[in-house]
Design a protein around this ligand. Structure first.
Ligand code: NAD
Ligand code: USQ
Length: 400
């Protein structure tokens, strides 16, 4: 297949490019290095020392003899992205090319607007370019489980049957996202659904949970191929941050009660899910939705898993409850479906089997690169970015 990866310099995009290239697909990547520039803006960086995209592509060629085509430019630039799609004629477009951070979108009005403009307008360009130049292509769009929020009922995969005043219909499940970032994904989903309907396009919306993990089979071929690992307040997820806090000797930052529950999956499973989706395209005309996650954990479960994993490499860890800088339910029901990707053949990896070897050992390896000032968050949902670090309320017992 001819696979175009938007956001191919990113955490997931680069491993996906290598994964498809190694399996004999023709791969091209698009990126404008926005993620690297946002790190420069925030004074933060990936813990893993990542090479430039040009060096990665060169290293990939040296190690495997395979070529990944590069297109450097902004998806929001219609002339750029429509030319790439017209000339490359992809069978599948894997769209990772958005700003992925909830806290970054909550800093102030400028960041909220920036995330909206980047994500929503970029995806609109992709949809129009598909309509005009590649109507047979399959859009594989990375959405998020956070689009649904935490309703007090089960969450289906995209659609559910409703009966209201004696009539029935199958409708999109209501969305109650928790940040301006998550809202951009909801707006994207609506735009994709509409475009499929009016232009008979083919698309799958992958509502992905939180991804963890550093290594893939391909990146293990050579350390020049490593992907990024972020732990800072803007771009690091809780699990990544906990691993770095464990190694840095900072009490793990569990927000509030720590009962906030989300779906998680290993980066190896993201690769599998995207491949399974590409190999099984949907019929045109209706946006297909898969919920892409493997295990659910509360934040406190994650903190305890990190404490256990850290002990295996001789590190003692403190877990603390901090004032929650986010506005979110700290105790809630959470039971989303995730059957479709399993039906297609997903063979999942489990957190407790992966954490030490695939994450903690790498964090220890790169401990000298930790940037301390960015580990404890300062971005509040109500007040935006401030100078005040979130405060500790109490410590967990040490679980010895
Ligand atoms: P990332 O920031 O590492 O990768 C995104 C890449 O897209 C970056 O390299 C960035 O420079 C590029 N990009 C952004 N806007 C662009 C534009 N306008 N033009 C060209 N390139 C642009 O993020 P990631 O963690 O790899 O996430 C990839 C996608 O998956 C995102 O859409 C994210 O919302 C979604 N997602 C990620 C996770 C996760 O845990 N990492 C979970 C659920 C969903
Ligand atoms: N949290 C803590 N301590 C921290 C950081 C976060 O307790 O130091 C809590 C948050 O309050 C939240 C939960 O952990 O309840 C998850 O937060 P997160 O930062 O790990 O993840 P989130 O903001 O939800 O975003 C991440 C990715 C995003 C993706 C999303 C999938 O950054 O790209 O869309 O996970 S999902 O969570 O399913 O929406």
């Amino acid at each position: 297949m001819r696979i175009l990866i938007l956001g191919g310099d990113g955490y997931l995009g680069w491993p996906t490019a290598m994964y498809f290239s190694r399996r004999d697909h023709t791969v091209a990547v698009v990126d404008n290095f926005l993620r690297r520039m946002m790190h420069a803006e925030r004074g933060t960086d990936s813990l893993t020392p990542i090479r430039s995209l040009h060096e990665r592509v060169q290293a990939w060629r040296e190690v495997t003899g395979r070529t990944i085509e590069m297109h450097i430019g902004d998806i929001r630039d219609w002339y750029f992205i429509s030319r790439v799609i017209r000339e490359f004629q992809p069978d599948a477009i894997v769209h990772y090319g958005e700003i992925p951070s909830a806290p970054y979108s909550m800093i102030d009005v400028h960041h909220a607007v920036r995330v909206h403009e980047n994500n929503v307008n970029g995806t609109l360009n992709v949809l129009w370019a598909m309509h005009e130049f590649a109507p047979q292509a399959h859009l594989i769009k990375l959405g998020t489980m956070g689009e649904y929020g935490t309703p007090n009922i089960d969450i289906p995969e995209g659609y559910f049957e409703v009966e209201y005043r004696g009539r029935k219909d199958v409708l999109p499940f209501p969305k109650q996202p928790g940040s301006f970032y998550h809202l951009t994904k909801v707006h994207d989903s609506h735009n994709i659904m509409f475009a499929c309907k009016i232009w008979n396009l083919r698309a799958t919306d992958l509502n992905q949970g939180v991804v963890y993990g550093i290594e893939t089979e391909e990146s293990n071929l050579d350390d020049r191929l490593l992907t990024r690992f972020d732990y800072d307040e803007s771009f690091g997820t809780a699990l990544n941050r906990f691993c770095v806090q464990a190694v840095a000797g900072i009490p793990l930052t569990v927000f509030g009660k720590g009962e906030q529950t989300r779906g998680y999956l290993n980066i190896l499973d993201t690769l599998q899910c995207v491949e399974l989706t590409a190999l099984h395209p949907p019929e045109p005309g209706r946006m297909r939705v898969f919920n892409q996650w493997v295990e659910t954990f509360s934040v406190l479960d994650l903190a305890r898993a990190v404490r256990k994993a850290a002990r295996e490499v001789g590190i003692e860890v403190k877990i603390a409850h901090y004032v929650n800088p986010r506005v979110e339910a700290e105790e809630h029901y959470y039971n989303p479906d995730h059957n479709e990707l399993y039906h297609l053949g997903l063979k999942p990896h489990l957190l407790n089997d992966m954490l030490v070897e695939q994450v903690i050992k790498r964090v220890v390896q790169y401990r000298d690169r930790i940037i301390y000032h960015s580990i404890v968050p300062r971005i509040y949902w109500e007040r935006g970015g401030t100078d005040e670090y979130v405060e500790i309320v109490e410590y967990e017992d040490n679980g010895a």
